[in-house]
Design a protein around this ligand. Structure first.
Ligand code: KIV
Ligand code: ZN
Length: 381
């Protein structure tokens, strides 16, 4: 099994499905170009049949983006596939992403089909899509709640029909890591032709487990991850690109896998997507949040100032951040204050420093943060 994990970015499709988000074609191109620069392998540009605007976006991205596979989503319907194929025509490399539900819930309530009818529909869709490209990804919606034996049957048949990537979505964010690991591993071990396809993790974050499940899927043998920048997406969102990339990198001792992503570009793209979508990144968000490399308590500051590795497993430079920050609050101690004063060019003897520290503590109790301006005021006094 290869140790290269493909990164399939769906910020512009599943991410854009976030309630309240609407990106113009120009904004999509801006994000698309930055995704190429970041080093993702596949960009899901949209769902071409869903609206003329989405068709235009996919067509424009397919025209403009070079050095990446551009993908369009379709339902398992001929018309959808033909429209997607048309939108993707100018792409250097194009992928059609088709499929339908596999859980009893989706079969009964949404598709109103028997399992056999859904399987036949899926196989027909793959065969039709193969007329336009040989890069076909098949999604089995709601795999996380499906009967694994049915999933195995579907996988075997759609691979025979020509699917080259099999997406195993935990559409509702229902599974937990051990379950998702066994789902992927079970497919690879039980489907006779599983060596003919790449398996892909597509996890939603309803229970806050999207990243953990995606990583569990990689452990189980998946070699593609479907992610969005900042984890934006339907409901509680999709798997966050930056979290998966950094987890694979920092814990390479466990995963032994590589991606083509340039980690130094993670923070710039996170900021760009937040700005263009209006989806603000929470301060304590892993990897790209404003507090991710900030230390405010005295105990932590003491450790980090002696050696960064005491409280930081990611070097901020690795993700494109400037450096770790020492934030002064009422919980900070002498080491942090001394460090910040030194940075500003002030070094005091022990008595004067002690006096300043006492004044600092009084001020810190009245504020969320003592900033540089406050420090100057203290020093001037
Ligand atoms: O979550 C999901 O199942 C999806 C599919 C359409 C791939 O987004
Ligand atoms: Zn999804």
């Amino acid at each position: 099994m290869s140790n290269r994990v493909l990164v399939f970015d769906t910020t512009l499709r599943d991410g854009e499905q976030s309630p309240g988000v609407r990106l113009s074609v120009t904004e999509k191109i801006e994000i698309g170009r930055q995704l190429v620069d970041l080093g993702v392998d596949i960009i899901e540009a949209g769902f071409p049949i869903s609206s003329p605007g989405d068709f235009e976006s996919v067509h424009t991205l397919a025209t403009e983006l070079k050095g990446v596979t551009v993908c369009g989503l379709t339902r398992a319907r001929e018309k959808d596939i033909e429209v997607a194929a048309e939108a993707l025509k100018p792409a250097e490399r194009r992928r059609i992403h088709t499929g339908l539900g596999v859980s009893e819930n989706h079969l009964q309530f949404k598709l109103k089909m028997t399992a056999d009818q859904a399987l036949e529909t899926g196989v027909r869709a793959v065969k039709h899509a193969r007329k336009f490209t040989d890069d076909i990804e098949y999604f089995m919606e709601d795999s996380g709640r499906a009967d694994p034996d049915y999933v195995y049957r579907v996988v075997e048949e759609v691979i025979k029909a020509g699917a080259t990537t099999i997406n195993v979505p935990d559409t509702t964010g229902y599974t937990y890591p051990n379950e998702y690991y066994h789902l992927i591993k079970g497919i690879i071990e039980n489907v006779p032709n599983s060596d003919k396809a790449i398996f892909s993790c597509h996890c939603h974050n309803d229970l806050g487990m999207a990243t953990a499940n995606t990583l569990a899927g990689v452990m189980g043998g998946a070699r593609q991850v479907e992610v969005t920048v900042n984890g934006i997406g339907e409901r509680a969102g999709n798997t966050a690109l930056e979290e998966v990339i950094m987890a694979l990198y920092i814990r390479s001792d466990k995963f032994h896998c590589q991606t083509g992503v340039d980690t130094k570009k993670l923070l710039p793209i996170s900021r760009m997507v937040a700005k263009l979508t209006g989806m603000v990144v929470q301060r304590n968000k892993a990897v790209v949040g404003a507090n991710a490399y900030a230390h405010s308590s005295g105990i932590h500051q003491d450790g980090v100032l002696k050696d960064r590795s005491t409280y930081e497993i990611i070097d901020p430079l690795l993700v494109g951040a400037d450096r770790s920050e020492i934030i002064l609050t009422a919980r900070s101690g002498r080491h942090g204050l001394k460090f910040r004063l030194h940075e500003m060019g002030f070094d005091f003897n022990a008595d004067r420093f002690e006096h300043l520290y006492n004044e600092f503590v009084k001020m810190a109790d009245t504020k969320q943060e003592v900033d540089e301006e406050d420090l100057r005021e203290l020093v001037n006094k």
